[in-house]
Design a protein around this ligand. Structure first.
Ligand code: NAD
Length: 313
């Protein structure tokens, strides 16, 4: 039961969007037989060009498959494709390993796991970080919740799709870590934006602030890699009109899940709640599709500062 998934296994892949499409193709290229299903015909055709066999239903995708991977927008849809006569639970082979790579609510992940176990299947919640670039390059980082046995069995698959997989605990722990990390990331990105704005208001060059803070106690990914001002980090989204990267809309989604957990568990997370308000407001405007580091531009504009990013808006 716990032996690693064989290299010639059949994988049912449901959800061939920005993340799922390239992941399914990478598995096909690695030698797995991949049966892909999505509601969007164009995405089926794209996946087919990459070696995935397109099928017309969830049931067809999972029939006889040793592994079933889902990459869907939310928990309601994940439970939706799991349930019902046509769903994963009713049609997957006994003992099949379900790996849900979607970012969803912790409780939904635990529900999915419990229903999978009751159906005689194995389940891992395995949300990712690394974005579309990581999905295409096979360098995603997986945060995994589930049994040690299932995690061990999944290693060959996770090794194709990602560069790193950490088992964070039992069912739901992968989602929990993902939500906590992204709440922290949102706070960092806002803090970095405020610090650049204050530095500018005090007459300090962006580069000078960066040169010190990036190697001092203010160092963090939101500054060193996702630097929100153009210049100091040439590859950061600020240098290309904040093209994502990680879009405001996706950060807003993850913060919504994190803050629902904050409320439910009575956690005193004032900065997380503030970050939720900031990204909720940004998501209402034309910044929704921009990289989430665009929050700096918003802070600078509200501070009456000239940043050099306005002209490209
Ligand atoms: P996406 O919207 O591009 O892809 C989701 C796909 O699911 C769509 O193609 C949609 O047609 C399909 N789908 C919806 N309902 C379906 C159903 N019932 N049956 C079959 N297919 C169905 O989203 P994405 O950006 O690929 O994200 C997927 C998941 O990964 C989300 O949970 C997201 O939060 C997470 N994620 C995304 C990123 C990113 O940078 N895009 C990064 C980390 C995590």
């Amino acid at each position: 039961m716990s032996s690693p998934i064989p290299g010639d296994a059949t994988v049912g892949f449901i959800g061939l969007g920005h993340m799922g499409g390239p992941m399914a193709v990478n598995l096909a290229k690695a030698g797995y037989t991949v049966r892909g299903f999505d509601l969007v015909p164009e995405l089926l055709a794209e996946a087919q060009a990459g070696g995935v066999t397109p099928v017309g239903s969830v049931a067809e995708a999972v029939d006889g498959a040793e592994v079933v991977i889902t990459s869907l927008p939310n928990g309601r849809l994940v439970l939706g494709v799991y349930r019902g006569d046509d769903g994963v639970l009713a049609n997957a082979a006994p003992g099949a390993l379900l790996i849900d790579t979607s970012t969803i609510d912790v409780d939904d992940a635990r529900t999915a796991s419990a229903e999978a176990t009751a159906a005689g299947l194995r389940h891992l919640d395995a949300p990712v970080s690394g974005g579309v670039v990581g999905a295409a390059a096979g360098t995603l980082a997986f945060m995994v919740g589930g049994t040690e046995e299932s995690f061990a069995a999944a290693q060959p698959i996770l090794g194709v799709l990602g560069a790193r997989a950490v088992r964070c605990g039992d069912s739901g722990a992968g989602q929990a870590v993902k939500l906590c990390n992204n709440m922290l990331l949102a706070i960092h990105q806002i803090g970095v934006g405020e610090a650049f704005a204050l530095a500018k208001a005090l007459g300090v060059e962006d580069q000078a602030f960066f040169d010190v803070a990036s190697v001092a106690t203010g160092t963090c990914w939101a500054l060193n890699v996702n630097c929100p001002v153009p210049g100091p980090v040439p590859a950061s989204p600020a240098n290309r009109d904040y093209q994502p990267g990680f879009a405001v809309s996706l950060m807003n989604k993850d913060l919504g899940l994190a803050l629902a957990a904050v409320e439910k568990n009575g956690v005193h997370a004032e900065l997380g709640k503030h970050a939720g308000q900031v990204y909720g407001a940004l998501n209402e405007g034309d910044a929704a599709t921009k990289d989430f580091s665009v929050v700096y531009r918003d802070i600078a504009e509200k501070s009456g500062l000239t940043t050099g990013t306005e002209a490209t808006r």
